[in-house]
Design a protein around this ligand. Structure first.
Ligand code: PEP
Ligand code: MN
Length: 263
């Protein structure tokens, strides 16, 4: 169902003012984790002012270590929902477990399935049944065929609002946290009608690279970006080393829009 042979025209996914696909580029930004009302609201206002149409923020966090901050859970979802009410931004947030899908769907506009859960087939079926748009992140060791078959699990439940997110893969290289293949954009566009979103934050793992890779992704034809932005990256509770400041994000937005206009 994801194949271009089934549907030759590119799919457009629209949630509030966020639109991705068929020539529209959707910009999602915000903190890795929701940490407090002040942190989330200031981020939401800043990314909206810079031109983003989606707000990201994790309330359920899949952390590599069980001793790291695990997220604010439902309190975080409530803050996201309040941020949406004030700014109108579409809320993107991760759901980690099948039993949390109903809860997260009550607050979120788009359900994010994280890289670590790309092959959690019961979760894919559950988000498929939720009727909410889904941002499916590529597993760090998943092939393109596995990625597309994971999307198929969601589509097969009658949910055609699926966005594919390239967030970098595991390679032998260690100068970046993951290796971000921008070739995924033209490749996936050839194979599927689904919008392709690039995550230059997790894809590089270094704040200083985020701007250049974001701009390059738009130049490569990406249908959207998802970028980590924090009011005080050096004191972030997660992923500060790859988060942009408000000012840096505003610069990135400006340049991406220029590139978009020049395509
Ligand atoms: C995230 O978006 O904060 C995240 C945990 O991403 P990924 O699932 O790609 O690691
Ligand atoms: Mn993160």
């Amino acid at each position: 169902m994801a194949s271009r042979e089934v549907r030759p025209e590119p799919s457009l996914i629209r949630v509030r003012d966020f639109a991705a696909g068929a020539g529209q580029v959707g910009y999602v930004a915000g903190p890795c984790s929701v940490e407090s009302e002040e942190q989330l609201m200031s981020s939401a206002r800043a990314v909206k002012a810079a031109g983003a149409t989606g707000l990201r923020g994790g309330a359920f966090k899949p952390r590599t270590s069980p001793y790291s901050f695990q997220g604010m859970k439902e309190d975080g979802l409530k803050l996201l929902s309040a941020a949406r009410d004030e700014t109108g931004l579409a809320v993107f947030t991760e759901v980690m477990a099948t039993e949390d899908v109903d809860l997260v769907a009550r607050y979120a506009d788009v359900l994010q399935v994280g890289a670590r859960n790309m092959q959690n087939y019961r979760l894919l079926e559950a988000v498929g049944k939720s009727g909410k748009p889904v941002l499916l992140k590529r597993g760090a060791s998943a092939t393109m065929d596995e990625f597309l078959l994971a999307a198929e699990y969601i589509l097969n439940e009658g949910n055609d609002q699926v966005m594919l997110c390239e967030r970098g893969i595991r390679t032998f290289e260690s100068h970046t946290r993951f290796t971000l293949p921008l070739a995924s954009v033209p490749y996936l566009h050839r194979r599927t009608h689904l919008p392709v979103i690039i995550d230059p934050s997790h894809g590089t793992g270094h704040t200083y690279m985020v701007h250049d890779l974001a701009v390059a992704a738009v130049a490569a034809g990406a249908d959207g970006l998802i970028i980590e932005v924090h009011p005080d990256p050096s004191n972030a509770m997660s992923d500060g080393y790859q988060s942009q400041t408000f000012e840096a994000f505003a610069e990135t937005m400006k340049r991406c829009r220029k590139v978009q206009a020049a395509l």
